[in-house]
Ligand binder design. Structure first.
Ligand code: HEM
Ligand SMILES: *[C@@H]1O[C@H](CO)[C@@H](O)[C@H](O)[C@H]1NC(C)=O
Ligand SMILES: *[C@@H]1O[C@H](CO)[C@@H](O)[C@H](O)[C@H]1NC(C)=O
Length: 298
């Protein structure tokens, strides 16, 4: 694993997940009130990932979908009731976001260990870190002490999380609204080195990218031909495809290599190379493990 990219993605994940509505966050937050909290999260996540590798990807994605809506406050985990309309039914989450039962299991275990102490928002941030490490990615210390939301925002979930057919500008705009920049965008998109996508999330690229009846010309045509049989013009919406066909369960930099070969699965992956110079340079940088010879080596 390449260290500079490790550092960047870890740093970006702290940037995104350190956003909290409440006070100062620090890794030792539960050292006295629930000393085994971090170990317990790790152990449940490890069991879940051992049972199904994809769970690592699903848990990591949940952190993104939580943090982009009112901060990293576990609002995503709330079910509908009373005044709450759950974010789970938004366009980005419906038939797609998964892993909730693993988080529920961790929360139950922690309620027994130290009642009313560890927030769901912290559990999610830890589970995403542990998932990244378990699949071979970088590690980082998770600042803790987030407070859980008592409300959800369905519209926030629909509006803030960019759809997969977003233009580069839309991606950057939606990241900027979260205080994130182009470096965060390219580094965090590297999470698509693990996990799956449904056919419905990239079909447009295979058949009618710009409304002209033509496939996306930034998609490798032999790769497109491999995808079409299981992602037909209509039907098969839920069919699953790996986001990184080279090493689908390994957290590595093949994601960037795929993009450079015009084999990014989602439009939002490929535009990082084709539509913006800064972003294109970052894709190259992370492909080389952040160690381009021109990069200052200090
Ligand atoms: C840059 C904008 C992004 C877009 C447009 C996007 C879009 C998507 C889409 C459409 C899928 C497939 C969902 C499905 O069809 O069921 C997906 C999966 C995934 N995304 Fe993203 N994503 C973005 C950024 C991120 C970020 C920032 C992270 C994490 C930090 C992330 C982590 C994941 C993971 C791990 C999966 C696989 C989930 C699984 O297998 O359950 N994505 N993303
Ligand atoms: C993305 O897909 C949605 C839903 O299918 C569609 O309404 C929208 O026009 C598409 N956007 C782009 C930029 O292609
Ligand atoms: C492609 O999409 C456009 C508009 O989105 C639609 O009018 C057209 O019929 C579609 N063409 C094909 C071949 O599906």
């Amino acid at each position: 694993m390449v260290h500079f990219m490790s550092f960047l993605i870890a740093f970006s994940l702290i940037a995104v997940s350190g956003k909290a509505s409440s006070g100062f966050l620090y890794p030792q937050f539960y050292d006295h009130s629930c000393p085994r909290a971090q170990a317990m999260v790790k152990s449940v996540v490890a069991k879940a990932v051992a049972k199904e590798t994809r769970m690592a990807a699903s848990l990591l994605r949940l952190l993104f979908h939580d943090c982009f809506v009112k901060g990293c406050d576990a609002s995503l985990l709330l079910d509908s009731s009373g005044t709450i309309t759950s974010e789970k039914r938004s366009n980005p989450n419906r038939n797609s976001a998964r892993g909730f039962e693993v988080l529920d299991g961790i929360k139950s275990a922690l309620e027994k260990e130290c009642p009313q102490t560890v927030s769901c928002a912290d559990i999610l941030a830890l589970a995403a870190r542990d998932s990244t490490v378990l699949t071979g990615g970088p590690s980082w210390e998770v600042p803790l002490g987030r407070r859980d939301s008592r409300s959800a925002s369905l519209s926030g979930s629909n509006n803030n999380i960019p759809p997969p057919n977003s233009t580069f500008q839309t991606l950057l705009t939606k990241f900027k609204l979260q205080g994130l920049d182009v470096v965060d965008l390219v580094a965090l998109s590297g999470s698509h080195t693990i996990g799956d996508s449904r056919c419905t999330s990239f079909r447009q690229r295979l058949y009618n990218q710009s409304g002209n009846g033509q496939p996306d010309n930034t998609l490798d045509q032999s790769y497109a031909a491999q995808l079409r049989p299981r992602c037909p013009r209509s039907g098969g919406d839920q069919n699953l495809f790996v986001l990184d066909f080279v090493s689908p369960t390994k957290f590595d930099n093949a994601y960037y290599k795929n993009i450079l070969a015009s084999k990014g699965l989602l439009n939002s992956d490929q535009v990082l190379l084709t539509k913006n110079k800064a972003s294109m340079e970052l894709v190259n940088l992370y492909f080389f493990g952040g160690q381009l010879s021109t990069w200052p080596t200090t």
